[in-house]
Design a protein around this ligand. Structure first.
Ligand code: GLN
Length: 455
């Protein structure tokens, strides 16, 4: 209830939560206490956690940052939510996010912007801006989040906290509202790598209800935290440290790499020659998948239904079409509509080969770049973003400027690799800088180990 009190006083200022439900939270806390009293507690039983409003949770309103799901109360739990419940974690509330996880600043939320706790004139990053901001503002010790193109790592960096995007397939996507299914992956945001490891222990694991969920033996992600970094080879891709990277971020990252050297790591220069292609490939593939995934929001089965759709029925528009069109026109925000249109375009007959198929080929090439990088190093160092958090409103009407800021995070999702962002200092205007470490498939323990030793 200390956290609930803090949330009550700070949430009106920061707007980090879309939904809080004091009674539900206290009820869960009571159950956790009972488990403890019966000697059935795990390490995290009774620990409070905030959930990104993208994970369906039974009895909780699940909006995904969209007006179209404003009245949607989920009848079931997402895989991640059931695992958290089984571990005895207590839900503190549902965090704000860009609508359907589309965005890099949390400004696309239908529930208002989130303010960066370090500087309330700055964005918190996105799309998991609420999850990063609650951890930074100490409104929750940890939060769940998702990363389709950087949405865990970039807001973690902007808010000076730690976020891990796991290997694709480790964390169940069941009940996690789909944006771009081949890229979406859930993961934790917390103060430290150690807390992320504890959270990943809960979140990761096979789920037969997600066809892309991997069957792997369970792993204790805290197991390798204490290992020395002696001999660890950290690759510095020259394409990530040239033009486009702001000087303050570059300086903070170079200082961090010097620190890693002191811890016994060796820095080697590598090349990821096709880095520039990540943005165009991602912004074809992600909208294509989104246009398909978001077709389920039709005003019929659940979510917003236009009240006066009948007015729009005419000789060209049937009642059903009017219902779809009006409900979607009212329910979706501008960026979501832009992505649906882009996606439908690149998938359409006549353009499919030129855009979608081409983007899939580029995706393969980007994976090959990473694999050749990993033949020379164990982990790859990168900025999480080219600048520190920008000002609220600064890129509001320029979607392409926003897309360009994703340059260092998209490749990881296209290749399905794990990546961690951890705080390494401050840049312009005293805003936090995050360093990203990218590992090969299933190297979460190694990434957590490196970040833990640094911290
Ligand atoms: N900024 C990227 C986008 O808008 C990534 C978002 C995400 O990872 N969910 O698509």
């Amino acid at each position: 209830s200390d956290y609930l009190a803090r949330i009550e006083s700070l949430n009106p200022v920061l707007n980090t939560f879309i939904t809080v439900d004091r009674e539900k939270t206290l009820e869960m806390a009571k159950q956790a206490d009972a488990r403890r009293a019966q000697g059935q507690a795990g390490v995290l039983t009774g620990v409070p956690v905030a959930h990104k409003d993208i994970f369906c949770a039974e009895g909780w309103r699940t909006t995904c940052g969209s007006k179209i799901l404003d009245n949607f109360v989920s009848p079931y739990d997402a895989g991640v939510i059931s695992r958290c419940k089984d571990a005895g974690l207590v839900t503190l509330g549902r965090t704000n996010m860009d609508e359907f996880a589309m965005g890099s600043s949390n400004e696309n939320s239908a529930y208002g912007v989130v303010k960066n706790p370090w500087d309330q004139t700055a964005v918190p990053g996105g799309s998991s801006g609420g999850s990063a901001a609650v951890v930074a503002a100490r409104l929750a010790p940890a939060a769940t989040a998702t990363d389709t193109g950087g949405s865990i790592r970039q807001p973690a960096a902007f808010c000076g906290v730690t976020g891990l995007k796991p290997t694709y397939g480790i964390v169940s996507r069941y009940g996690m509202v789909a944006y771009a299914s081949s890229l979406d992956q859930g993961g934790p945001i917390a103060q430290t790598a150690e807390d992320c490891a504890l959270m990943l222990n809960v979140m990761a694991g096979h789920d037969p209800r997600d066809s892309t969920s991997l069957e792997r033996a369970g792993e204790d992600y805290t197991g390798a935290l204490a290992q020395s970094l002696k001999g660890l080879r950290i690759g510095m891709p020259k394409e990530y440290f040239g033009e486009g990277l702001s000087a303050d971020v570059q300086a903070a990252i170079e200082a961090a790499l010097a620190e890693y050297r002191k811890l016994g790591a060796e820095i080697v220069e590598i090349s990821l020659p096709r880095t520039q292609l990540a943005i165009p490939a991602y912004y074809v593939i992600a909208p294509a998948e989104a246009s398909s995934n978001l077709s389920r929001f039709d005003g019929v089965r659940y979510g917003h239904r236009a009240a006066d759709y009948q007015k729009h029925i005419n000789e060209k528009t049937s009642a059903l079409e009017a219902l779809y069109e009006q409900s979607r026109a009212e329910g979706f925000g501008t960026e979501v509509k832009r992505r649906i249109l882009t996606g439908a375009y690149v998938l359409s007959h006549g353009y499919y080969d030129a855009y979608y198929l081409k983007a899939q080929k580029v995706r393969r090439l980007l994976s090959e770049d990473f694999q050749s990088g990993f033949s020379q190093c164990d982990v790859i160092a990168a900025p999480a973003a080219p600048t520190v958090a920008w000002n609220l409103g600064e890129k509001g009407d320029d979607p392409v400027a926003m897309y360009l800021a994703d340059i260092y995070t998209l490749g990881v999702n296209l290749a399905g690799l794990p990546g961690i962002a951890h705080p390494v200092g401050f840049g312009a205007q005293g805003r936090p800088v995050g360093l990203q470490l990218i590992g090969n498939y299933f190297s979460e323990s190694r990434l957590l180990n490196a970040a833990h030793q640094f911290q």
